[in-house]
Design a protein around this ligand. Structure first.
Ligand code: FAD
Length: 447
């Protein structure tokens, strides 16, 4: 399979996407040097306050399946078959993600996933991992990367540079400064903060088979289960204002607000005040970059190319799909990077823009609509249609989470489906009216 010809690829960033990418490229026969600014997470303690778990779904699983990693990753995973909605009065309602109730998204520990991918990358011939190496600069003309290691700097000049250095990508910034990439940040006025629901008597305090949501209109809290029987809660609140993070400072204010808004959760979070006061507020932004590659020798991938909002649980899944698509492009053009990188960009950019839009829309659905009777009724109708028209009708959520239908096609297809359902409903109403009219006329003529 190799057209690698001894060429060296540098992957900047050994996060989720960078480490998966290293596995794929190593398998193609490349010499892959991965540089990561952090210490090796397998030997250091995890950062506090960074998203602890994430939802992995079909797109991510597909990428892992292709390199035989899915069983290892899924071993500690916790399937979540639906949403559990927590109302203000503490009552709950479960809404399944799929018509038959058999499909699930999976709660995975971020650190465990990253470590599994790093182990796999390290086992792959040709791949070398370099930690504590922070990219400080990139010179496009000479293809030279400058790294800082301890108090010193060193340079490398590979054939290809792939930037998997996340939201604040240094490579992207360097290309932006040269005017070779345009970047637009769409910052959300909301931030996120994590809290922990510990196990109760060694077991889960809430149903672990669900993604828990406390929708509160202008804000929300969610909780995903962890293998140690705890839950990680994430608050998505405005950064400031009456109901924002800034508004709660003292223990009384914090407890008062939670008792009013999340009454059933308060007894489950014993370190509520400490967690709230200590844990940082993370920022949320969408990154739109264009183009993603320059001259067939450097490209952006994962969050470096397209950080999106987390409300569809797709950021990492989408980054994993990038890796699969890049690998496919290399296959199709026999590893000619000058052809593969533009092709990869062409195919992926439109889809990342589509999921960025869907993720933004889903925030409104999650924080506001999921709690309404109309939402639960609409889900039942969707599931009814999925059963009635198997393979022909799929909800937008199902297409995003349980298939690899390209995101842009998901938008098109769900619009088409909505139109057809509206037409079918109109025809049904008209037919009903005609039938009723006929019946009344017959009744009229017979009396
Ligand atoms: C609150 C929250 C919840 C989320 N939930 C989900 C979810 O449920 N499902 C999902 O699929 N996605 C989710 N995501 C998105 C997901 O976390 C990201 O899309 C994913 O981590 C992107 O992976 P990445 O490797 O591209 O970037 P990152 O994970 O950010 O990795 C980038 C790596 O590059 C390194 N790096 C950065 N700069 C340098 C430098 N100068 N030199 C060397 N190394 C560098 C970093 O240390 C890091 O290791 C969530 C995100 C957030 C914020």
């Amino acid at each position: 399979m190799s057209g690698a010809d001894g060429r060296t690829v540098v992957v900047v960033g050994a996060g989720l996407v960078g480490s998966l990418l290293a596995c794929y490229l190593g398998r193609r026969g490349y010499r892959v040097e991965v540089y990561e600014r952090r210490p090796d997470p397998r030997s250091a303690t995890a950062e506090r306050g960074r998203s602890i778990n994430l939802a992995l779904s079909e797109r991510g699983l597909d990428a892992l399946r292709r390199i035989d990693l899915v069983d290892t990753v899924m071993a500690p995973a916790l399937p979540m078959h639906g949403r559990m909605i927590h109302a203000l009065d503490g009552s709950t309602a479960f809404s399944s993600y799929s018509a038959r109730g058999d499909l699930a998204i999976n709660s995975i520990g971020r650190a465990a996933l990253n470590e599994t991918l790093l182990d796999a990358a390290e086992r792959t011939p040709g791949v070398t991992l370099n930690f504590d190496s922070r990219l400080a600069g990139y010179d496009l003309a000479s293809s030279t990367l400058t790294f800082e290691l301890g108090g010193t700097t060193f340079e490398v000049s590979p054939d290809i540079v792939l930037a998997a250095d996340g939201f604040g990508s240094v490579v992207r910034q360097a290309l932006e400064r040269l005017g070779r990439v345009r970047v637009v940040f769409d910052a959300l006025d909301f931030g996120y903060k994590e809290l922990t629901i510990p196990p109760v008597d060694g077991g889960f305090a809430l149903d672990p088979d669900a993604l828990h949501i406390w929708p509160r209109g202008a804000s929300m809290m969610i909780a995903l289960p962890n293998p140690d029987a705890s839950f990680t809660c994430t608050l998505f609140w405005p950064k400031s204002g009456d109901v924002g993070f800034d508004a709660l400072v003292t223990p009384e204010e914090i407890l008062g607000h939670f008792s009013a808004q999340y009454p059933d959760a308060v007894p489950l979070i014993p370190a509520l005040v400490e967690d709230y006061q200590y844990n940082p507020v993370g920022l949320l932004s969408t990154v739109h970059a264009d183009p993603w590659q320059v001259d067939g020798k450097v490209a952006l991938i994962g969050d470096a190319a397209h950080a999106i909002l987390p409300f569809f649980g797709q950021g990492a899944n989408c980054g994993f799909e990038d890796v699969v698509e890049l690998d496919r492009c290399l296959d199709e053009v026999s590893d000619d990077w000058t052809l593969a990188l533009p092709m990869y960009q062409e195919r992926r950019r439109v889809n990342s823009e589509a999921i960025a839009l869907l993720a933004k829309e889903n925030f409104v659905e999650m924080r506001d609509k999921v709690g309404s009777r109309a939402f639960l009724a609409a889900k039942k109708v969707e599931h009814g249609l999925e059963k009635l028209l198997p393979g022909r009708y799929l909800s937008r959520y199902a297409m995003v989470s349980f298939t690899t239908i390209p995101y842009a096609e998901v938008i098109e297809r769900s619009r088409r489906q909505q139109r057809n359902v509206a037409i079918a409903a109109g025809v049904a109403v008209a037919a009903g009216a005609l039938a009723l009219g006929g019946a009344l006329r017959r009744k009229g003529s017979s009396t």
